[in-house]
Design a binder for this molecule. Sequence first.
Ligand code: 5AD
Ligand code: SF4
Length: 466
Amino acid sequence: MDTETLAGQQAAPREAAARKVFVKTYGCQMNVYDSQRMADALAADGYVATDAPEDADLVLLNTCHIREKAAEKVYSELGRIRDMRELRARAGRETLIGVTGCVAQAEGQEILRRAPAVDLVVGPQTYHRLPEVVRKARAGEKVVETDYAIEDKFEHLPAPRTTAVRSRGVTAFLTVQEGCDKFCTFCVVPYTRGSEVSRPVAQIVAEAERLAAAGVREVTLLGQNVNAWHGEGAANGVKTRQWGLGELLFRLAEIPGIARLRYTTSHPRDMDDALIAAHRDLPALMPYLHLPIQSGSDRILKAMNRRHTAADYLRLIDRIRAARPDIAMSGDFIVGFPGESDADFEATMEIVREVGYAQAFSFKYSPRPGTPAAENALQVAEAVKDERLQRLQALLSEQQAAFAQSLVGRRIGLLIEKPGRHPGQMVGRSPWLQPVIVDEKAGGIGDIVEVRITRAPANTLFAEPV
Ligand code: 5AD
Ligand code: SF4
């Protein structure tokens, strides 16, 4: 039914109906998780999530500041939403517009100046205050909330709701750590997400148990620097020594229903022995590791303040592969960092050839306000960045396709996630995070079944039950 044309007639029931919130997510997986938690927090205040922005009484853009392109997208989207708000206003409906996430944190008040239609701006450390901010905004106040909150936001956020988790499927994200103290010279994260904070073990276990109870089978632990996570361990209610991520993974694997664990994103300097041992000894820990190196050149790594060399990274990968030979590596790369010469770039190509990535993300360096590298006088020309990115991406896609092909004929465990695009098909996820298409006879959503990979055209894996 077209609600626009029925606006007058429907005024009364609409007032009685729940208010709707539409959240659009940009950027990383932590933003995906945060968007869900914001929806959970607002649900406690009577907001129902919708996928249709034109139906929403509250539109939230959960933004990313990592590269200029990501940040600028927000302003064009705000233009579209402002137009939509005018259409709704003509039908007598109000719309609140909010900006959350890393652009909110980085730009704060400036957002209201550039986009006066915005009603509220809330940074990532204060999502637990969102319901209160929305109430104030509904009363006509413009609210900017970008403190690094002193209170623990996680303690104040309501638990993920069972019904919401069910509708989100059998895989879930769980933030265990936020922020970063590494200060890579290209990166805004230490400024937008603040300094490193680990969530306590009990909070994480409780959340994982709720996810499991709602049918989640695979949990991906999230953190900007996830392997720097640490916390007070506990046995029989008694606090024990400090745990690292390895110990936490063992604890989470004990939860009935949780069959698969992953974590992302890691820093090479925080891969400790216990975590590597978990890759050897913990079957639930999936053989896939996102471990960015950014560049293969020691000179550039130093200028990036990565505090490791290419050789350190290769040695680390040797140790990880010794522990878990079938581990698939994933990474991030930046081309055109200030001062990057042809030889530096060739060193990046070389490390990619040596490691062999199953999956990787690569970006042109984007100067970010407030970061040291943005001030560097040796910025690389755009055309040079373009050319390097193309060459790097060609090599990475070749490796990705080769990895997919190498699985043809193999038996693997498949977690079935949802119906496929065509009738009779299901889509699942391989241990290496690839989507796999299989006949629906293989099993139901949430099952982990044995299948054989039959073919891998264009990186899509097809499988048959065994
Ligand atoms: N320019 C380009 N890429 C960046 N990344 C982080 N900051 C920048 C930047 N200023 C990339 C890194 C990081 C990933 C999340 O984004 O590769 O690992
Ligand atoms: Fe983007 Fe980083 Fe913020 Fe994630 S943490 S949204 S990647 S700036």
